[in-house]
Design a protein around this ligand. Structure first.
Ligand code: NAD
Ligand code: WQD
Length: 342
C-alpha cells in the first residue's frame, strides 16, 4: 500500500513516515519546507534504511499535486501539511485560511480526480473550544477561538460534505491533544522556528540554556495547583494511532472522528517536575499573567479509539520528557543548522 504523507518533513509527519515504513507501507512525501528542513527527510531515510520519493511542493500548487498522483499509484493520504501557530493565525488569518483550507480543498480535488478516497486528517482538540467538562469525547460541541482552530473546523465540515456527496470515501479525522516527545533515537523531533509557543519545546530550551526561564501562564485556574491542565501524548504513540486509523479505513467507509490523547491530564507544574526528575535539569520559572485565549483544563476521553482502532497511548510522562530532552540535547539548534538559509 502506497501512502502520500503531506507535511512529512514536519514534527508529526516525520514520525508518521518512520512508523509507516516500519509497518511495511511504501510512502511518498511532499512538503513545502515552510516550517521544516530537508534534513528531517534525510534522517527518516537513515533511521529506517529505506528510500522514498520526496517532493518539495506546495499543496496550493495543483499542477504539481496532480503530477505526484500521476507519477505514483497512491492508495491513501495522511494529511499533516498545514500552518499551526495559534497566535500567528490571529494576525494572519488569510494566510491560514488560504494555506490550510484552500490547500486541503486542492488536495481533495486531486484525490477525487485520481480516485484516491482514503484520508487520515490531522485535526486538533482546539475544535472543542473551552469545553464545559472533561474528559472530552468526540460528541462534544465544537467551536473555535482563533483562525487556526477555525481552519480545522472548516476542513472537518468539508470532509463530512465530501462523504455525503460520495459514500465511497474513507476518512478518519484525528483530533490530537498535546503531542510532545520525540523518536527514541533522538534523530528527529520538534524543531520550532524562533521562540517556541508550546510548553515542552520551551522547557527543553530552558534546560539547554537558550531561554532563561519558563513563564507559567497563570496559577489561578480551577485546578489543584492553579496551573493549566493538558493531555500530553507521546508523538510516537500518536503516529501509531494513525497507522491503526489507516488499517481501520481499509474496511470502513464513512467519516469517523477519533480523539488521540492519553485520557490523563497533567498541570504545567506536573510537567516541569517530571521533566526535572527525568533529566536531572532544573527548570527555573516564574508565574505570569494568563495567556489570552488559554483554557484551564483539557483532556481526552480516548475510549472510542481504544474500542474501534484497538489503540491506546502507552508511554508515560517520564518517557515523554526523557525523549524530548534527548532530541533537544543531541540537536541544540534542532534542524536549523541544516537549513538552506544558514
Ligand atoms: P509542523 O509545522 O512541524 O508540520 C507541518 C508541515 O507542513 C511542515 O513541515 C510544513 O512545512 C508543511 N506545510 C505547511 N503548509 C504547507 C503547504 N501549503 N504545502 C506543503 N507543505 C506545507 O507541524 P506538526 O506539529 O507536525 O503538525 C502536523 C499537523 O498536525 C498540522 O496540520 C497541525 O495543525 C496538526 N496538529 C498539530 C498539533 C501539535 O501540537 N503539534 C496538535 C494538533 C494538530
Ligand atoms: C500548554 C500549557 C499553557 C507555554 C496548543 C494549541 C492547540 C494544539 C496544541 C495544534 C497551557 C502553558 C505554555 C509557556 C506556559 N496545537 N504554557 N508557558 O495551548 O494546550 O495547545 O498546542 O492544534 O491548538 O492551542 O499547548 O503547549 O501552548 O500550552 O505556561 O511558555 O502550558 O498556558 O496551560 P495548548 P501549549
Amino acid at each position: 500500500m502506497l501512502v502520500l504523507v503531506t507535511g512529512g518533513a514536519g514534527y508529526i509527519g516525520s514520525h508518521a513516515a518512520v512508523e509507516l515504513l516500519k509497518n511495511g507501507y511504501d510512502i511518498v512525501v511532499m512538503d513545502n519546507l515552510s516550517n521544516s528542513e530537508m534534513e528531517a527527510i534525510k534522517r527518516v531515510k537513515d533511521l529506517t534504511g529505506k528510500d522514498f520519493p520526496f517532493y518539495e511542493a506546495d499543496l496550493l500548487d495543483a499542477e504539481t499535486m496532480d503530477l505526484i498522483f500521476t507519477q505514483h499509484n497512491i492508495d491513501a493520504v495522511m494529511h499533516f501539511a498545514g500552518l499551526k501557530a495559534v497566535g500567528e493565525s490571529v494576525t494572519l488569518p488569510l494566510n491560514y485560511y488560504r494555506n490550510n483550507v484552500i490547500g486541503t480543498l486542492i488536495l481533495c480535488e486531486i484525490m477525487k480526480k485520481h480516485n484516491v478516497k482514503k484520508m487520515v486528517f490531522s485535526s486538533s482538540a482546539t475544535v472543542y473550544g473551552n469545553p464545559e467538562k472533561v474528559p472530552i469525547d468526540e460528541s462534544f460541541p465544537l467551536s473555535a477561538t482563533n483562525s487556526y482552530g477555525r481552519t480545522k473546523l472548516i476542513i472537518e465540515e468539508i470532509l463530512r460534505d465530501l462523504f455525503i456527496s460520495d459514500s465511497t470515501w474513507h476518512i478518519a479525522i484525528l483530533r490530537y491533544f498535546n503531542p510532545i516527545g520525540a523518536h527514541k533515537s533522538g534523530r528527529i523531533g520538534e524543531s520550532p522556528k524562533g521562540t517556541p509557543n508550546n510548553l515542552m519545546p520551551y522547557i527543553t530550551q530552558v534546560a539547554i540554556g537558550k531561554q532563561e526561564q519558563l513563564r507559567i501562564f497563570g496559577d489561578d485556574y480551577k485546578t489543584p495547583d492553579g496551573t493549566g491542565i493538558r493531555d500530553y501524548i507521546h508523538v510516537v504513540d500518536l503516529v501509531k494511532g494513525h497507522v491503526k486509523a489507516l488499517q481501520y479505513l481499509e474496511n470502513h467507509e464513512g467519516v469517523e472522528i477519533f480523539n488521540l490523547g492519553t485520557g490523563t491530564g497533567y498541570s504545567v507544574l506536573d510537567l516541569v517536575k517530571s521533566f526535572s526528575e527525568a533529566t536531572s535539569k532544573n527548570i527555573p520559572y516564574k508565574i505570569v499573567e494568563r495567556r489570552p485565549g488559554d483554557i484551564g483544563v483539557c483532556y481526552a476521553n480516548a475510549e472510542k479509539a481504544k474500542r474501534l482502532l484497538k489503540w491506546q497511548a502507552e508511554k508515560d510522562l517520564q518517557e515523554m520528557c526523557e525523549d524530548s530532552w534527548r532530541w533537544q540535547s543531541l540537536n541544540p539548534d534542532g534542524f536549523k543548522s541544516y537549513s538552506k538559509s544558514d
